[in-house]
Ligand binder design. Sequence first.
Ligand code: NAD
Length: 487
Amino acid sequence: MSHVMRSPACFTGRNYVGGGWRPSGCGETYTTYDPMHPARPVSVAASSTEVDVEAAVASAAAAAPGWAALSTARRGVYLTKAADALESRAEDVARDMTAEMGKPIRDARVEVAGALQILRYAAHEVFWARGEHYEQLATNGRILTRRRPLGVVALITPWNFPCLIPVRKLAPALIYGNTAVLKPAHDAPLGGLHVAAAFADAGLPPGVLNFVTGSGSTVGSALVRDPRIRGVSFTGSVATGCWVRDTATPLGKRVQLELGGQNPLVVMADADLELAVEAAFAGAYGSAGQKCTSTRRIYVQDTAYTVFRRKLLERIQRSIVGDPADPDVEVGPLVSESQFEEIMAAIDRGRQEGGTIVAGGSRADEEGYVVAPTLFEGVRDDAYLSRREVFGPVASLYRFDTLDEALERANAVEFGLSASIFTSSLSAATRFEREAQAGVIHVNSQTPGAEVHVPFGGIDSSGFGPHEQGRAAIEFFTDVVTVYIDT
Ligand code: NAD
């Protein structure tokens, strides 16, 4: 077997700190492997320590005053140039992500396109109003509000969107005048390294963006504790996110968490069932269910249940499962052996708790960590599969009678990230929009999917702090200052 390392030489075993590609202080590295061909190495990344975090934060702190003093338009030029540089290597970025974390190449291409949109959207920030203007009560003086950058921010990202999530945090952080230290997921640093390389190609001033790879417990926790970091924006699991929040907030830092989900899709009998089936399939099994917004629970109204179930099973049977590098493949592998084992254990638990597997339930490739798209029926509302986030291609089908019942059961989880309803009734859609427990609600579209110019984020256990994206991003990355002006 040929072992082809994918990462370009400049990245190999290096961090991006102070405007240069540097090995970690201890000189150690680690290797990532292709989850479809687990013996095949994909990249070599720096195994960084607290020493590297110290250098990265010092470099970001030194760059902060100069970067904050630049006009928004000038900062925007760097974002536009970074978008152009990333676009010029878009196919490599997509292929590297596919090799490193198993996302089907068709989804990886869409992810890179989304990252480009975010950079270009943020680059136009100068065209938006950013403050408010009032009159004083006692005089005819003015009062303005002004937005100021926080200073140095830490951005900690997961493996499932290795390019888009770093960009979703970096673009607003930088355009509002912050400098940043970004730590990508240990298992999939390549997408983020490409982003850092695009900013390097754009000529970003040294220290404005620093990129440090390594383990969460070493690099991540050192960042969270560093007194020079003013804000921590984290996307990942609930357990780690809560630790980040509970450590950073007593230290006076601002914290933004984007966490997991247990996302319901409700299908009313009056829905377009073809559309609903396709959305359920794509929502549950796209990217092998490794999206925070993936559909986990599918509630179907009694009178449509049998037809919907048959059509969904037919769709699952037609699905193309296997090598994510194949452009036709819809469902690829899980990111790692440990995720594979976790998902197989959750399937076992679903069965032990009384659920019936009506599709999938087993490994679908001898070599790769591929789990066949799995559908359960008869899962109790208080069972593990109905309550916990199972981060793989596993969904459960439930039957309901009234919308009241569907809403009550859909909302009966600790999470609140995304929820969908399929219906042709305006009043059902409107009620769902008002009452579904989710930060993102879809009417007649799948639970995943987020446009770059609108807020994105969860409520309840799915999030903490201001939402990301669109106009919402300014809330986390700036302080509001009120200015009284008398003449
Ligand atoms: P994770 O929590 O294991 O890791 C996330 C990041 O935190 C990684 O960079 C990791 O190295 C780092 N980390 C680990 N320990 C740390 C510590 N002690 N201090 C600081 N950082 C630490 O999550 P994951 O497995 O990479 O990602 C999957 C999870 O992310 C799922 O739960 C998924 O739902 C969630 N997610 C949420 C969103 C969203 O926007 N809501 C988007 C994508 C993924």
